[in-house]
Design a protein around this ligand. Structure first.
Ligand SMILES: NC(=O)c1ccc[n+]([C@@H]2O[C@H](COP(=O)([O-])OP(=O)(O)OC[C@H]3O[C@@H](n4cnc5c(N)ncnc54)[C@H](O)[C@@H]3O)[C@@H](O)[C@H]2O)c1
Length: 453
């Protein structure tokens, strides 16, 4: 292909971006994809949202929003105005100038990366591709995925990256439940296969996101995302380990962290808890440790952090069992109430939640009854996929009569809608793994993770 022809596609796409006449496509309308699609649509850019889930498409078409952080009205307006066009027809991707890929990247049973969703989405895109399109992978993954797994599925003899089509990686940073930083105002990193890929991805992203930072390659962008999440995992593990030490020596780790956080530089507070969950911090580090093994390299920090963080639900189980043992009740007749099942405060995301693990461990230990209250999670399945699978439904409400029924109430997720004053007042014993009751004077019935009492 002549240099002139290859420039033509770049110029055409640049013009569409600059004139805001482009059509944006988003593949995968989950926690990442839907907010991104809405961000473009509400900024007046025609956006096609494609998902394999007919249920999600039907909901959106009916004006129903299923992502808590998004305003129901904004979603409904975007759909009603036609700026956001939800579809399960993959052929519509051919209409798009820029396609963002926002599909899951879970791990396998052996905690190895599972990029099958990325590969499936790329194959779908490849079936409907046309010249002049830009593809931007946003799913978190190990370095080299964009270049060595995605690009080969798109590339053909007459369809070359940087000439007839453009490809970049741009990790997502959305933090569900965060009231300050959302999709539109959180800076985003982009790295393309070629300089023109980077520049087009930067320009397309800047239409919806306030600040875009470019890096020299997709690999740098892929790696920096993993660094962000490993940084969190390692620091949470550090404070979880200190919480266990503080329990032994009788120092309140929460007070320690708050005191350290008064240092105006060089320190960032992290807090202990019953473990980590969600689709990111728990999983992503394994993507890098898997890759490192292929280079005969052991990522010691990642392994150690995972070991400490994954031991926390066991530690919390032991705290609860100890509190049951102090009461005149047999374990098999004891009743435990977990407050909060979502993996973190004020979200409805259950994926890999440590609270779920605590519930399972209590059942394995022989605790007679384990219930939970979480207004965001109507029901859960313990031991999913095994022959002892057990469905639990959230208690419909929390009040004095409910709290008094349990031998131990454990705060596993500190949702802000819970009345912790009431919890402290009417529970026999509260095991608080989140310091949710910090402002409430103890009647001697509060056992706080990491304070040694
Ligand atoms: N959830 C977060 O807070 C968050 C934050 C930053 C990065 N990430 C990363 O973003 C990616 C997406 O995460 P998520 O939380 O949005 O996942 P999600 O499960 O909420 O959404 C993924 C969506 O993709 C759809 N999907 C799956 N395969 C598809 C295909 N082949 N074609 C079209 N649609 C398909 C699913 O139906 C689902 O609606 C992951 O790599 C994750 O690690 C997530």
């Amino acid at each position: 292909m002549s240099a002139r022809t290859s420039r033509r596609w770049e110029r055409q796409l640049r013009n569409r971006i600059e004139s805001r006449t482009l059509v944006v496509g988003v593949v995968g309308l989950g926690y990442v994809g839907l907010p991104l699609a809405v961000e473009y649509a509400r900024k007046g850019i025609r956006t096609i949202g494609y998902d394999v889930s007919a249920e999600k498409i039907a909901a959106l078409r009916g004006g129903t929003n299923y992502i808590r952080d998004l305003d129901d009205r904004v979603v409904a307006d975007c759909v009603a105005s036609g700026m956001l066009d939800p579809t399960d027809d993959a052929a519509r991707l051919g209409e798009c100038d820029v396609v963002f890929i926002c599909v899951p990247t879970p791990f396998t049973a052996n905690k190895d990366p599972d990029i099958s969703f990325i590969l499936a989405a790329t194959r779908t895109i490849a079936t409907h591709k046309r010249s002049g399109q830009l593809y931007v992978l946003k799913s978190t993954t190990f370095p080299g995925t964009t270049r060595h797994y995605v690009q080969p599925l798109l590339e053909e003899e007459r369809f070359r990256c940087g000439e007839e089509y453009f490809l970049a990686f741009s990790p997502e940073r959305v933090d569900p439940g965060n009231k300050v930083w959302h999709t539109g105002n959180t800076p985003i990193v982009v790295g393309g296969i070629t300089p023109s890929c980077t520049e087009l991805a930067r320009a397309a992203t800047a239409l919806a996101i306030e600040k875009v930072v470019t890096v020299s390659s997709p690999e740098v962008a892929e790696m920096e995302k993993l660094l962000e999440n490993i940084f969190r995992s390692v620091n949470i593990a550090l404070v979880n380990e200190l919480a266990q030490l503080c329990d032994r020596i009788g120092i309140n780790v929460w007070e320690v962290v708050e005191a350290a956080a008064t240092k105006p530089f060089g320190f960032m507070p992290f807090y202990p808890g019953p473990g980590i969950g969600g689709h990111c911090i728990l999983i992503d580090p394994y993507y890098l440790s898997w890759m490192a093994r292929r280079y005969d390299f052991t990522t010691n920090f990642i392994e150690l952090a995972a070991e400490v963080n994954e031991s926390m639900p066991y530690y919390v189980r032991d705290m609860i069992v100890r509190e049951i043992a102090r009461q005149p009740v047999e374990l098999r007749k004891a009743r435990v109430l977990l407050l909060g099942m979502a993996f973190k405060r004020d979200v409805d995301d259950l994926r890999h939640s440590p609270a779920l693990k605590v519930a399972e461990l209590l059942r394995v230990e022989g605790v007679g009854r384990v219930d939970y209250y979480d207004p965001y999670i109507p029901s859960v399945v313990l031991f999913e996929g095994s022959d002892r699978a057990e469905t639990l439904s959230s208690l419909p409400r929390l009040n004095r009569a409910v709290l008094e029924r349990y031998h131990v109430v454990c705060v596993t997720t500190d949702h802000s809608c819970v009345d912790y004053q009431q919890v402290a007042r009417y529970s026999r014993v509260v095991v608080d793994t989140r310091n949710a009751l910090r402002a409430i004077p103890s009647r001697g019935n509060i056992v706080l993770l990491g304070d040694g009492r």
